[in-house]
Design a protein around this ligand. Structure first.
Ligand code: ARG
Length: 257
């Protein structure tokens, strides 16, 4: 009986404690939470140094620092949604995200479906191969398997190169997968962003060469068409150009020591 009383009291105390915190939640933190403006950002975290997961599984990179700075300046809390690159434009069009920072090149074709900020970076493209590969020029791609990430400008670029050089194209969901395929000899070349390719070359002891045909536009933040955020974000990026913050981020993430 005594035991039962102890258990009952303990239970009662627990219930009271639970009610207490729930109460505080609705009057205190709850209000704050609804007041806090949240900016939902879409990205494809397979693209170091722009966005990738660190060993703790957190998404980090140039775009993440940039987005956090922008969100801070505009008084928002940033929430990040990791998705396939190929799904980002659709996520903007259906308003599942407020903006996209994903090393996305501001092409005219994409601009038909989304709005872009001013450019914040430009890297160009390159071909990455295994270290001992004989593939050193675009013509050498003939007869080989070339990997690209689905939905990227490199996919489009590769299709164009195929008009003059005959190679097999393999479309992959993520940039990481592409490098895995290269390392396991399932493709001979990976065609991707120059800054990202350079990182893999260093990390995985690979080789590569620049794409002389590349004429990609710069990277920009993407928004749903007509988004009111465009002007505000442009202002922050322009301000970052003036106050050296953008250069600082480039130094931190994009400089090749
Ligand atoms: N810059 C290229 C494009 O816009 C590739 C971007 C891929 N980004 C990524 N996070 N995987 O198509």
């Amino acid at each position: 009986m005594k035991k039962l009383m102890v258990v009952m009291t303990a239970l009662l105390l627990l219930i009271m404690a639970a009610c207490g915190t729930a109460d505080e939640g609705t009057t205190g933190e709850g209000e704050k939470a609804t007041e806090e403006k949240v900016l939902v950002m879409g990205t494809s975290a397979d693209f170091a140094p722009f966005e990738s997961r660190n060993t703790d599984g957190e998404i980090v990179g140039f775009d993440i620092d940039l987005a956090n700075y922008i969100a801070d300046e505009l008084g928002y809390k940033l929430e990040i949604k990791d998705m396939k690159f190929d799904g980002l434009i659709g996520a903007l069009q259906t308003n599942r995200v407020d903006l996209v920072l994903s090393g996305m090149s501001a092409t005219e074709k994409r601009a038909q479906n989304v709005d872009f900020s001013v450019h914040y970076n430009h890297s160009g493209e390159m071909f990455v191969t295994l270290k001992d590969s004989d593939i050193k020029t675009i013509d050498d791609l003939a007869g080989h398997k070339v990997g690209v990430q689905l939905g990227t400008i490199q996919e489009e670029g590769a299709v164009k190169i195929q008009e003059t050089v005959d190679f097999e194209l393999k479309r992959l969901d993520t940039a990481q997968l592409m490098i895995q395929e290269l390392l396991s000899n399932r493709i001979d070349v990976a065609y991707l962003d120059k800054a990202v390719g350079a990182g893999y070359i260093k990390e995985q002891d690979l080789a590569g060469f620049d794409d002389p045909t590349s004429s990609s536009p710069g990277m920009a933040v993407a928004f749903p068409k007509g988004s009111e955020l465009v002007d505000d974000v442009n202002k922050v990026i322009e301000q970052m150009e003036e106050n050296g913050k953008l250069a600082e981020l480039k130094e931190k993430w994009l400089s090749e020591e």
